[in-house]
Ligand binder design. Structure first.
Ligand SMILES: NC(=O)c1ccc[n+]([C@@H]2O[C@H](COP(=O)([O-])OP(=O)(O)OC[C@H]3O[C@@H](n4cnc5c(N)ncnc54)[C@H](O)[C@@H]3O)[C@@H](O)[C@H]2O)c1
Length: 257
């Protein structure tokens, strides 16, 4: 058994598009998976699929906006699995609750409940889960933390200032945590997806990737698994874009080869 195969990965928002592919890839690598998301039923379903691949996996309903839910699940997981080696702060939303009517608002027109909602899940959720998990990693002298940021956190996103600000916050949270935890055997990195195809493989309308297509969720998952590996211990504080080159620069020169 490789060292990686003895690891336990705790994934938030695990039953969504990127989370599902990530859990599958961890399982294929032999890593045990803690499947957490809002609905117990979908967590159980995915955990069952992963156990079918021969790894330990269990589902837990957890809301990253609720500190007692987060702390309760983390202590139950430590009891059930004995440790958490890998934490992937993947839970996130970018659509406002009223998206069907009018999802995009310039900041000066954005309802307070919208921006509080987005920042609470994406940024505060990442903080809550990290605060609950990190003490056990420090005690073990080992950890891999991967936070999901976004290219919106690098370049901004008009009409979604709250989302862009939450993801920009995740990038600086990642850098700061990486400095605080480096001497304790814990790496902290972020992955910044560009536009990712939907869960069922459908492709969203796209503009601006140099590779000329959208990303499949499995490609984001690959980058996360790479950073989660034991062998990636010299990489910390990085925000790795998985964006087909979108943030390199615009298509402004007429280059079309
Ligand atoms: N899909 C993209 O194009 C894209 C681009 C950039 C960044 N990202 C980021 O990647 C991550 C995963 O995105 P995805 O495309 O898989 O999204 P998704 O909507 O398919 O999955 C997100 C998951 O988070 C869960 N979630 C929502 N609120 C939660 C809460 N309060 N507590 C716990 N879980 C909660 C949802 O139930 C869902 O399963 C997110 O952080 C997202 O911001 C996605």
């Amino acid at each position: 058994m490789s060292k990686f195969e003895s690891r336990v990965a705790f994934v938030t928002g695990a039953t969504g598009g990127i989370g599902t592919w990530l859990c599958r890839q961890f399982a294929e690598e032999g890593v045990s998976v803690v499947v957490t998301d809002l609905r117990q039923e979908s967590c159980d379903e995915l955990a069952g699929e992963l156990r079918g691949k021969g790894v330990e996996a269990k589902g837990y309903a957890m809301d990253v906006c609720d500190t007692s839910s987060v702390r309760g699940v983390v202590s139950q997981v430590l009891e059930d699995f004995g440790k958490i080696d890998i934490l992937v702060n993947n839970a996130g939303v970018w659509l406002h609750p009223d998206f069907k009517e009018n999802g995009f608002h310039p900041l000066h027109e954005m309802p307070e409940e919208d921006w509080l909602h987005i920042i609470d899940i994406n940024l505060c959720g990442t903080i809550r889960v990290s605060q609950a998990v990190v003490p056990s990693m420090i005690a073990a002298g080992y950890g891999r933390i991967i936070n999901l940021s976004s290219i919106a956190g690098i370049s901004g996103l008009p009409g979604m200032a709250d989302y862009a600000a939450s993801k920009g916050g995740v990038i600086l949270l990642t850098k700061t945590m990486s400095m605080e935890l480096a001497s304790k055997g814990i790496t902290v990195n972020a992955v910044a997806p560009g536009m990712v195809a939907s869960k069922n493989g459908g492709v969203r309308p796209n503009a601006g990737t140099w590779v000329g297509r959208n990303c499949h969720p499995s490609e984001v998952a690959r980058a996360i698994v790479f950073l989660a590996d034991d062998e990636s211990g010299f990489i910390t504080g990085v925000n790795l874009p998985v964006d087909g080159g979108r943030t390199i620069g615009p298509h402004g020169t007429g280059w079309n080869k």
